[in-house]
Design a protein around this ligand. Structure first.
Ligand SMILES: C[S@@+](CC[C@H](N)C(=O)[O-])C[C@H]1O[C@@H](n2cnc3c(N)ncnc32)[C@H](O)[C@@H]1O
Length: 393
């Protein structure tokens, strides 16, 4: 019961940006430029500064539960040493220090990318979700509704959902803290989903997981955990990439070698990233397998899914509303792809690929995106309801 207990005990009292005395909860993230600079003013005020490391306030609720400790124990002040503990510099980008699996950056540049990507999804879908979310979250007198966002990234989705559904409480969980102050009905916790969700059992009506598969060791096992966090009738929504690249006509574009007439760099980049993720035990197949997994799961019913097709650029005629929309999506995808390709550098280098090869792959892929080569990326949205007769945990 770490999260829900500490909810009431320690989330209050957030009075200034540097006061992080919350339950694994951060209202402001360290910026990449801050990481290298010792900052003794950051903390809980229990130090008089001048080279002295501020005191870290730790309440180890974690010792009571049957799982390894989280990256950030229950009650914390974010000190310089904690920042160093949470992030590490890998090939010029800051990545989280705690997950062996997820190795994309967790710095300002990446947060900007995630915000662009979020806006791209919103432009495409017109809102923040698909499926019967409004029905699940409708206001009912005397009933508290709760939303969990797994791998919340910059927390932009969690914050917007808190604004759209002010009668709901939203909890975001990520390996890295966030940069913005969430609204009062939203809180962000720093934790590793791979450690289990037992502290959340029976607490949520809607669980959302967007683009997190690459950081998940056992996605099939995670479904069990998610089902237990849901109240009966609650809903799970996954939105995740199919790591394969599709050609202009939405057929598979394989990673052909460079002397092949259909060679393109982006499929080669995607394949290399996929292999690097797999080598770290992350998942790249969840988008394809989730409908089958959920249909076969004893706790879920009403499984449904749809494909979201994202173009690599703005090649659509501008004379229809849909064309205008798809061009806007394509332009955002161009930005996202270029930033993603750069963000993949630490991951690719950590997989053992030679630096020259990685840098060529990145430079050529970015060039290809700029040149406007046409392809599609498929994102699968899959949702299901928790069977009403199933116990919460
Ligand atoms: C590609 S980002 C997507 C962020 C957000 N869901 C969105 O759609 O904007 C993936 C996020 O999942 C987080 N993540 C990956 N594996 C995780 C894990 N095991 N536990 C917690 N967070 C994880 C990463 O830190 C990162 O912020």
């Amino acid at each position: 019961m770490r999260a829900s207990e500490s909810d009431t005990t320690s989330i209050t009292g957030r009075t200034e940006a540097t006061d992080f005395t919350t339950s694994q909860t951060f209202s402001t993230a360290p910026t990449a430029s801050q990481f290298g600079v010792p900052n003794n003013n950051v903390g809980d005020g229990t130090t008089d500064g001048e080279g002295e490391e501020p005191v870290v306030n730790i309440d180890l609720h974690d010792s009571d539960i049957d799982r390894p400790p989280s990256p950030a124990p229950s009650i914390y002040s974010l000190t310089h040493s904690l920042r160093e503990d949470l992030f590490t510099l890998a090939h010029g980008r800051y990545v989280n220090n705690h997950s062996e699996v997820y190795h994309l950056p967790a710095d300002e540049e990446e947060i900007d990318r995630l915000d662009v990507q979020h806006f791209m999804f919103k432009t495409l879908i017109g809102r923040n979700y698909v499926g019967p979310v409004q029905d699940v979250l409708r206001e009912e007198e005397g009933v508290q509704k709760d939303i969990l966002d797994l791998g919340c990234g910059s927390a932009v989705w969690a914050v917007e959902m808190a604004q759209e559904f002010p009668h709901c409480n939203v909890v975001g969980v990520d390996l890295a803290p966030i940069q913005t102050e969430p609204p009062p009905n939203c809180r962000i916790e720093v934790d590793d989903i791979n450690l289990g969700l037992d502290h959340f059992y029976g607490c949520f009506d809607f669980v959302h997981a967007r683009l997190i598969a690459s950081g998940i060791k056992d996605y099939y096992g995670l479904l069990d955990e998610i089902s237990k966090t849901l109240r009966p009738g609650g809903m799970f929504l996954s939105v995740d990439w199919d790591f394969r690249v599709m050609d202009w006509n939405k057929t598979l574009l394989p990673a052909f070698p460079r002397n092949h007439p259909r060679h393109a760099w982006f499929p080669c980049f995607s394949r290399a990233v996929g292999m690097a993720i797999r080598a770290r035990m992350g998942n790249i197949d969840a988008a394809v397998l989730l409908p089958r997994w959920l249909k076969g799961h004893r706790s879920f019913e009403e499984v449904d899914s749809c494909d979201l097709w994202i173009p690599s650029g703005d090649w659509f005629p501008n004379d229809t509303k849909d064309g205008l929309k798809m061009n806007a999506v394509g332009r955002l995808m161009k930005r996202d792809t270029k930033a993603f390709v750069s963000a993949g550098r630490p991951l690719l280098l950590s997989s053992g690929l030679p630096e020259a090869e990685v840098d060529e792959l990145i430079a050529e892929t970015i060039k290809e995106v700029d040149l406007g080569r046409r392809w599609w990326v498929r994102v699968s949205a899959t949702w299901a309801r928790k069977k009403a007769g199933t116990p919460a945990a």
